[in-house]
Design a protein. Sequence first.
Length: 126
Amino acid sequence: MVYRLAVHASYDAALFMPGDQGPSGRTHGHRYTVEAVLEVQELDESSFVADLEDVQPLLAALASELDHSLLNELEPFRDGPPSAERQAEFFYQRLSLDIENAYGPAVRLAKIRVIQEPEAWVEYEP
């Protein structure tokens, strides 16, 4: 049996897609929501996947690193366009380390979803 827990955080950021001749090639902004899904095979002694009070601030701290910035100028996105896909990978790489440090191998970060528009999202799941 698998149990899952999801937490969300939001951030506002600007970006441009180099080489795109359309609107995405110009600096523009989005209100993003990032969702992290954790999973376990067995609940902890409190019958939780993990403590929401601990997990949500970890995700919020990462979102705050991107909030109100031009993503193209940030180190994680200097080697390529800051697409929602690459943002999802950024969150996965950073949050998976935080989760492992906090909970050990029993809790796994299963996937990250970045919602760029109410009707569109991307997921990163290694």
